[in-house]
Design a protein. Structure first.
Length: 553
């Protein structure tokens, strides 16, 4: 047969395949949960446990909004997921294992579960060295996509909504990076904030200031091109303002929300318990089948009887382990809402702000609530304020304008009233005396501390207040050396006269170093000895003038 004939045959076979695909009649392997009826059309898997597992997966994704969160929920609830063995001696058998992330994504992206037939979702390309590479195609390039051709687990509208949510989640790692799923951390607008300058999605950074304070940063181009940051915007006040908008809008619907939450909690508990109970029923059925097979065998045929007995014992062990695991998980997970819990939920419904501010409410749940209201937020910053342009669900917009938060140094800045009081007290008191006076009056420093002399000294230096020494010098006060020279005595005599009240002095620091008032016309003079008795000479000076000195008897 020539190459031309082979090419024609391949083309005709390919044409027949494409023709059947466009009609939705092409046979292809079905995913778990779908099987072919003997007459050739597609039906749901008759196994009720398989159906419930798939429905539970779609319900969990609708509740969590993330394939990874769905996988974690399955593992936390102890629910295994079915799959068909595709090769080997057990080909076609049903097996159960833990749900993985890639399998959850594969099921959520598969249109078959929405009752749609599709063909040509990917295209094969061969490299020059012979290796094959599969390339995913956009939906408008698929060869066939026919919704409603067979029963499904979800409707087509829900499938489209799931694709939209998965696309938003994947945008966190894509080229645009405009959205991301809700994650841990207190940043309320994480994944929703867009830079007003370049249009890129802003990331979140946290600063530890006693609590974790979010900061929205546009840094993509800074990383890629080495340029300065577009925007760096503090997020604490912005998150509080957005949260208040949510409280104002959601409050009228709290009763309906609470009823829905109560029903959802009860349904989730019942559904998880039903799936775990089906595992036990399956293990019991398999053990019963193994028992019947063993009872029907000829007892004399020990080769077969021994193998069937071993299989029966194995199935009994699996059933016992499954039942024990079910009872343990039932105690840990199955907690139906009683009347008291329902009453508490209804009480919370009348006070949604209290529920929003409750520390037990996780940050992820708050972010999910915000995403029900807000599509995205565009941030802009100038010298004095932050402008947040909110695009709400349904197309409406709202603009918030907030003053820029004060920087850390400004938050610790001393109150101007305290600075003025320190400036006034420096005229008459030393720093340690000023600290005692301010502390008695209840004043506190910018950092909330009680006053001591070093804080007063720092305030004087930082605010360039005139020192007490300079103030006294401007008032005409004399130093120790100056007054000693003026009176013609030694510095030690000046100190003695000061102690006896003959000279007026003013301390200018905490070491009690003083400046002296000029003595004026009544200045004391140094006594000249004129043969006074030693008793008088050693007596205490009471007063002294130019003509007379009196001593204590």
């Amino acid at each position: 047969m020539s190459e031309a004939e082979l090419h024609v045959l391949r083309a005709r076979l390919r044409g027949g395949i494409l023709s059947k695909a466009r009609r939705g009649e092409l046979w292809s392997p079905l995913p778990i949960g779908l099987v072919y009826h003997p007459d050739g059309h597609v039906i749901l898997d008759p196994d009720a446990q398989v159906q419930e597992s798939l429905r539970h997966l779609f319900r969990t994704f609708r509740r969590t909004g993330s394939a990874r969160a769905t996988m974690k929920a399955f593992r936390a609830e102890g629910i295994r997921f079915p799959h068909r063995i595709r090769a080997g001696i057990h080909k076609g058998d049903l097996a159960w294992s833990e749900l993985t992330h890639w399998r959850a994504l594969w099921i959520l992206h598969n249109p078959r579960y929405a009752g749609a037939f599709f063909f040509g979702r990917s295209r094969q390309r061969r490299h020059p060295e012979g290796r094959a590479r599969f390339e995913k195609l956009p939906r408008d390039e698929w060869i066939a996509l026919l919704p409603g051709t067979h029963p499904g687990y979800i409707c087509w509208e829900e499938f489209e909504e799931n694709q939209r949510r998965l696309q938003e989640n994947s945008a966190a790692q894509g080229g645009e990076r405009r959205r991301s799923p809700p994650r841990e951390g207190p940043a309320l607008l994480q994944g929703l904030v867009v830079c007003s300058r370049c249009g890129d999605r802003m990331t979140v950074r946290y600063r530890d200031r006693g609590t974790r304070c979010p900061e929205y940063v546009c840094q993509r181009r800074s990383i890629e091109q080495g340029i300065s940051l577009c925007e760096r915007i503090p997020g604490a006040a912005l998150d509080a303002a957005v949260g208040q908008i949510l409280l104002d809008r959601v409050t009228p619907f709290t009763l309906e929300v609470a009823l829905h939450v109560e029903r959802e909690i009860q349904a989730r508990l019942d559904e998880a318990d039903r799936l775990r109970r089906q595992h036990v029923e399956r293990a019991r059925y398999e053990a019963e089948v193994a028992r019947r097979r063993y009872m029907k065998v000829d007892p004399d045929n020990r080769l077969v009887a021994d193998e069937l007995e071993r299989e029966w014992n194995q199935k009994l062990r699996v059933f016992t382990e499954s039942h024990e695991q079910y009872e343990k998980q039932k105690k840990a997970h199955y907690l139906p809402c009683d009347e008291e819990q329902r009453r508490k939920i209804m009480a919370l419904a009348t006070d949604f702000p209290r529920l929003w501010r409750d520390p037990a409410t996780s940050d992820r749940d708050r972010k999910r609530a915000v995403r029900l209201l807000i599509e995205d937020v565009t941030l802009a910053r100038d010298e004095t304020e932050i402008a947040a342009h909110l695009r709400l669900r349904g197309g409406t917009t709202q603009t918030l304008r907030l003053p820029l938060p004060r920087p850390a140094w400004a938050l610790r800045k001393t109150n101007p009233e305290v600075v003025a009081e320190v400036d006034r007290l420096l005229d008459h008191h030393t720093p340690i005396e000023i600290a005692r006076i301010l502390d008695e009056r209840g004043f506190r420093s910018g950092e909330g501390q009680r006053f001591h002399r070093m804080i007063v000294w720092r305030i004087q230096k930082d605010y360039d207040l005139e020192s007490r020494y300079d103030r006294l010098r401007e008032a005409g006060m004399l130093t120790l050396e100056e007054i000693a020279q003026q009176l013609g005595i030694g510095t030690s005599s000046v100190k003695v006269w000061r102690r006896h009240g003959l000279l007026r002095a003013h301390a200018y620091n905490d070491k009690r170093e003083c400046l002296y008032e000029p003595p004026g016309g009544e200045a004391p003079v140094k006594y000249k000895w004129k043969g006074l008795s030693s008793r008088k000479a050693k007596g205490k000076v009471v007063s002294q003038t130019k003509d007379e000195v009196q001593y204590e008897a």
